[in-house]
Design a protein around this ligand. Structure first.
Ligand code: ATR
Length: 494
């Protein structure tokens, strides 16, 4: 089940949130702590005005909520609201039994909230939050919370891939507890939210916009990741990196899987330790994954087989499980070549100028060299270019001399990160002029038109943007993962 967290300040606002997200969710959580005091008083009416089950929650500030009232007042408001037709009421694990007894003015008698909820068929969620870490006794805590017959909820904060493994182990260790809610908060926890069923969790929380750290929108959870439709037979794929949140690859692979009706999902994994990730990959049977910065080199000791390109470039961007062995390939190499293959084959491109000598440049220079193109590498730090140039029998020079190379090559490739992120709007070599008959290839895809590419377009050059290479390498990964061509009818919006 996907549960939309309702953080509107009025019930009307929350009803609109449910309506807007209705097709992606099957349950909602009304956050009493986000409502204005006047709206809190009428919150009990909320469940009967929408057509899905509702969880009632009044979260304290220290548990990540908004409520700063004293404990007595907070619980009194929770009690009053809980008279509505809620499906679940969330009560924090440390709330004492004695604090859940209320004097009801209407019935003029003492009421025990727990018994009252149970008598009305409302289930209690016993919640535990940890914003610092994953506690060492996580399994024991869940068992204890479940002990009273309530639904345990643990929202903890993984700080490493090892912590993520602990969260995924919950289902192995505690499969006897059928109904439980388990989730990892923060950037490391994103994969546990998408693969919540693998963690044995009854539901996963999502928001309308960006909610708690790591929260995904209901639309992303349901349409992109199909999180609520994954099952025990779903094949898991993903991308590992650090950071990884910005990666566009899920937008390539998930719609592709859907289009060919392949029961699979592609998930971003924030990875600090490649070794730990391979452990997780064995544990939850990951079938293949993309590799991005900074792990393209560090995955290699874990691979049983690598292709010639991986060996030459020293960089692996795709890992697939083949007969219980991990095989590393490099789809950047062929993905880069795809848009210019014909021009190389018919002799239109015989020489190339490559700007940059980092990881991305290595794939480009080797691909060009192996296809008979004479390469000159221009780099800010000439010594970095020398190593790659020596390996590939290329020439090299400092970027300061870029102006000397105007008109020297049929292809110019920009591989540095100048033009994106905090270097957006910059040109790595302003002194390099274009004649207009070159093919200019930019590897940056965001923004789609960097100053470098814009300069080339204005000069009349044939331009190729980074989105093309990204898509081409993605299609090759898709083939390696599934054995099928990427479905041509899928429109990918990078
Ligand atoms: P990637 O894997 O994306 O290629 P990288 O391996 O860190 O990233 O390489 C970054 C490339 O961009 C290098 O060629 C780097 O030049 P240096 O070898 O001199 O470091 C280049 N680069 C980064 N910032 C730059 C800048 N401000 N001006 C020019 N080149 C820059």
């Amino acid at each position: 089940m996907l549960c939309l967290t309702l953080t509107g300040s009025t019930l009307e606002e929350n009803r609109a949130l449910v309506e807007r997200n209705r097709k992606w969710i099957s349950i909602a959580e009304l956050r009493l702590d986000f409502l204005t005091p006047d709206e809190q008083k009428i919150a009990s009416s909320f469940p009967s005005t929408i057509d899905i089950p509702v969880i009632l929650t009044m979260r304290r500030k220290e548990d990540g909520g908004q409520c700063i009232l004293g404990e007595k007042q907070r619980l009194q408001l929770l009690y009053e609201a809980s008279k509505g037709d809620f499906a679940y009421v969330d009560i924090e694990e440390d709330v004492k039994k004695s604090d859940l007894k209320f004097k009801d003015v209407f019935f003029e008698q003492k009421v025990d909230l727990e018994s009252s909820l149970k008598n009305r068929g409302i289930k209690i969620i016993r919640s535990y939050h940890d914003f610092e870490c994953v506690p060492a006794d996580l399994f024991g805590r869940i068992q204890k919370l479940a002990g009273k017959g309530d639904i345990p909820k643990v929202a903890v904060t993984p700080k490493s891939m090892m912590d993520v493994i602990t969260i995924f182990r919950v289902q192995q260790e505690l499969s006897a507890i059928k109904e439980k809610i388990v989730l990892g908060m923060g950037p490391f926890g994103v994969c546990t939210r998408i693969l919540y069923k693998k963690c044995g969790s009854l539901l996963s929380f999502c928001s309308d916009g960006q909610g708690a750290p790591g929260h995904l929108t209901a639309q992303t959870m349901s349409e992109l990741y199909r999180a609520d439709r994954l099952d025990s037979r779903t094949h898991i794929y993903g991308v590992i990196g650090n950071p990884v949140a910005h990666t566009a690859s899920p937008k390539i692979h998930n719609p592709g899987f859907d289009a060919i009706r392949y029961n699979a999902v592609y998930v971003p994994f924030l990875v600090d330790s490649v070794r730990a990730f391979f452990k997780l990959a064995e544990m939850i049977q990951i079938h293949g994954f993309s590799v991005t910065v900074p792990h393209k080199r560090s995955v290699q000791p874990y691979l049983g087989r690598i292709t010639r390109e991986v060996k030459q470039i020293g960089s692996c961007n795709t890992v697939v499980r083949i007969q219980n062995m991990w095989k590393g390939i490099n789809t950047d190499y062929y993905g880069f070549l795809a848009p210019i293959n014909d021009k190389i084959a018919n002799g239109e491109i015989r020489s190339a100028l490559v700007i940059g000598a980092g990881g991305a440049s290595r794939a480009v220079v080797w691909a060009l060299h192996n296809h008979g193109v004479k390469v000159t590498i221009l780099n800010r730090t000439a010594e970095h270019a020398k190593t790659l140039a020596d390996e590939t029998m290329s020439s090299y020079d400092s970027l300061d001399n870029a102006h000397l190379y105007t008109g020297s090559a049929e292809l110019i490739v920009q591989t540095t990160n100048v033009g994106m992120g905090n270097l957006e709007g910059q040109d790595p070599c302003p002194s390099l002029e274009f004649c207009g008959n070159e093919t200019v290839y930019e590897l940056i895809y965001k923004p789609p038109l960097t100053p470098f590419l814009s300069k080339a377009e204005k000069a009349g050059c044939t331009i190729i943007g980074g989105a093309q290479m990204l898509m081409e390498q993605g299609k090759l990964q898709f083939e390696a993962f599934t054995g099928y061509h990427y479905p041509y009818w899928v429109q990918v919006d990078l």
